[in-house]
Design a protein around this ligand. Structure first.
Ligand code: AVJ
Length: 318
């Protein structure tokens, strides 16, 4: 059950965000609203697509460098995972480093309880100490975790939804939560480079089976279901483009004809070709990522990438 979002607000502000976002000249709906039940399932399906290389590449890096990670950070760590945990990546890391405790952190107590229970079943001797918190702000670790040396874990290129300034704020917040003498293991999708083309990147966000299109369009279905909308979903097309100047993949929903609709109690109109901006997924070169680290109080320690230069796994310390 992946739920890779950075939740700042609960679903109750969906209506407010939709009203405000659709009223702007460039319409926008924040990416965190993708993840209702169906959206979470569609994201899960995306991670298995042939075009969506990030998940399998990161899993390969974690598996292939488990011994290196273990050697670098040493045994007996408290592992603090920002997000409720992935059923594949988290066990890989925990098996590799033999931690003293595992602390999954998520704003949703429900997701947390589910994933903590599943993990405890697989690691009978490991104390699991879930914390329901908004990890975009510093929070207090359980005493038992604070007593051990800490390793933060933030896989999946989840940081990618944040613009550089907000990414630095989040990484600083992780630093404050984890304290001094801690580590951060973070997975970041790489910008196009010598061996990775923009086409590879765009295909990952516009797959042949149309799963990513369905994921994007589900936002409109969600507005219709939850906010009394009558958006003509069939009149919107999915679009994913690499914005080289801003270093990000953008997802849009493009109106294929002039249209009007109601959503969250208000009326809106769009002309053919106008679009709603639904996601930014920032990509960083290895050097840019190291600069992000230093700008937020971390010291780059190690970097692992795959042979095709698709994805990066960084180990930072402070
Ligand atoms: C969960 C933000 C890492 O940007 O690759 C996947 C979300 N959007 N396909 C990403 C996503 C479309 C994903 N993150």
């Amino acid at each position: 059950m992946a739920r890779p979002l950075l939740v700042q607000d609960e679903v109750s502000d969906f209506a407010a965000a939709v009203r405000a976002g659709l009223a702007q000249p460039q319409k926008v709906i924040p990416a965190r609203f993708f993840y209702d039940r169906l959206g979470s399932e569609l994201f899960e399906a995306i991670t298995d697509l042939p075009e969506y290389y990030p998940t399998r590449t990161e899993v390969g890096l974690l598996a292939g460098h488990a011994a290196d990670i273990a050697a670098a950070v040493g045994p007996g760590r408290a592992v603090i995972e920002f997000g409720s945990g992935s059923s594949v990546k988290t066990p890989l890391l925990l098996r590799a480093i033999a931690p003293a405790t595992y602390v999954p952190v998520d704003i949703s107590a429900e997701f947390l309880a589910l994933s903590a229970a599943a993990l405890s079943a697989d690691f009978p001797g490991l104390p699991v100490l879930p914390v329901a918190a908004d990890f975009t702000r510093p929070f207090q670790l359980p005493a038992r975790a604070a007593a051990a040396a800490r390793l933060g874990f933030f896989p999946g290129s989840t940081l990618g939804n944040l613009a550089p300034g907000a990414a630095v704020d989040l990484l600083r917040s992780f630093a404050a939560t984890l304290g001094s003498e801690s580590w951060l293991l973070i997975g970041l999708d790489l910008a196009p480079g010598a061996s990775k083309s923009a086409a590879t990147l765009e295909a990952a966000y516009d797959d042949a089976q149309g799963v990513t299109a369905a994921f994007n369009l589900n936002l409109l279905h969600r507005i219709n279901r939850e906010l009394d909308g009558d958006m003509p979903v069939d009149a919107f097309a999915h679009r994913a483009v690499w914005n080289a100047g801003l270093g990000r993949i953008e997802m849009h929903l493009v109106a294929t004809r002039d249209l009007a609709f109601e959503a969250a109690g208000e009326r809106f109109a769009m002309t053919a070709g106008a679009h709603i901006h639904t996601e930014n997924s920032y990509k960083w070169t290895a050097d840019e990522a190291r600069l992000l680290a230093r700008a937020s109080g971390w010291t780059p320690d190690q970097l692992w990438t795959d042979a095709d230069g698709l994805f990066s796994l960084h180990l930072w310390r402070r």
